[in-house]
Design a protein around this ligand. Structure first.
Ligand SMILES: [Zn+2]
Length: 262
C-alpha cells in the first residue's frame, strides 16, 4: 500500500489569538504570479496560511489567499494597493475575519469536481444516510444501496469517458483508482484483471462505506460493490456482478471484490 496523508478541505480557518485576513484576486494564471505575490507577502511580514486557485486550468483564475497579518505593519487596504500594482491582477477584494483569528470562505460556491456540484459530507453524516437504510429496511435497504451504487458506477464511467475523450480500458481503470483515492472513498488497487474473461479482483483499503458500517463479522459493502459492478458493466460492455470476498468488518486488512460476468 502506498503512503498517504490526509488533505484538509476546511473552508474555515481559525488561528487562535492571531490576526488573519483574506485577499481574493482575479489574475492571469501565468508563470511567476504566485512567486511575486509571495515575495510581497514576505516583505510585509504576512504568513500564508492557506491558498486556493479556481478554476485551475483557464487563462484567468481567482486566487484566494488567507494570511496571518499579526506581524504586518500595514493595513489590509495598503496591501491591496500594493497588490493592485501587479499587471497580472485584474480585480481584488479583501475578506474580513468573522472575529479575531476566524475567517471563512464564502466566496467560492458551489464546490465542483469534473464540472459537477459536490457537497462535502462529514463521515458522521454519511453514517446516518447509509446506516438508516440498512437498519430500517434490512435486506431491502442493502439492495437499494447496491442499486444506487450501480447507477453511480455507470455515471462515473460515462463522466470519465467524457473527460478523457477515450475508452481505453486500462486508462479508465487507472484513472478510476486515482479518483477513488482523491475523492476520499478509499485506497484502491487492482490485483488482477483479465480483459478476455472480463474478470478482475479489486482491493480497497479504508473503504469509507465499510469504515462506517454498523456490521460485524461479515462483508458490509453494498453501495460500493454496486458502483464497481456498474462501472465494470460499462467497461466490459456486458452485465457484471461484484462479490465482496474480504472485508475490514470481518477483521481483514482490506476489502476485496471479485468482478465477473453476470
Ligand atoms: Zn468491506
Amino acid at each position: 500500500m502506498r503512503t498517504h496523508l490526509p488533505i484538509y478541505l476546511d473552508r474555515v480557518i481559525f488561528e487562535k489569538d492571531r490576526e488573519v485576513s483574506g485577499f481574493l484576486f482575479r489574475a492571469e494564471n501565468r508563470i511567476g504570479v504566485i512567486s511575486q505575490v509571495a515575495d510581497l507577502f514576505y516583505e510585509e511580514n504576512l504568513r500564508i496560511i492557506h491558498m486556493t486557485l479556481s478554476p485551475v486550468h483557464q487563462k484567468y483564475g481567482w486566487f484566494l489567499v488567507y494570511v496571518d497579518v499579526t506581524e504586518c505593519q500595514k493595513t489590509s487596504e495598503e496591501i491591496v494597493e500594493k497588490l493592485k500594482k501587479f499587471d497580472f491582477i485584474q480585480e481584488i477584494k479583501t475578506i474580513k475575519p468573522i472575529e479575531k483569528g476566524l475567517i471563512a470562505d464564502s466566496f467560492f460556491f458551489p464546490p465542483t469536481t469534473n464540472n459537477e456540484w459536490v457537497v462535502i459530507f462529514r463521515s458522521s453524516v454519511l453514517d446516518g444516510l447509509f446506516n438508516i437504510l440498512r437498519e430500517r429496511l434490512k435486506e431491502a435497504g442493502n439492495r437499494q444501496l447496491y442499486l444506487e451504487g450501480y447507477k453511480v458506477g455507470i455515471d462515473a464511467f460515462d463522466s470519465y469517458v467524457r473527460l478523457l475523450g477515450e475508452t481505453d480500458k486500462e486508462l479508465l481503470i487507472r484513472f478510476g483508482v486515482e479518483i477513488l483515492i482523491s475523492n476520499g472513498w478509499g485506497v484502491g488497487e487492482v490485483t488482477e484483471v483479465s480483459f478476455e474473461k472480463a474478470e478482475g479482483t479489486f482491493r480497497v483499503y479504508n473503504l469509507f462505506e465499510c469504515q462506517i458500517a454498523k456490521v460485524e463479522n461479515k462483508c458490509a459493502s453494498q453501495f460500493f460493490r454496486g458502483a464497481l459492478a456498474g462501472f465494470c458493466s460499462k467497461l466490459f460492455n456486458r452485465p457484471m456482478k461484484c462479490i465482496e470476498t474480504k472485508c475490514i468488518r470481518k477483521g481483514d486488512n482490506y476489502c476485496e471484490f471479485h468482478i465477473s460476468p453476470k
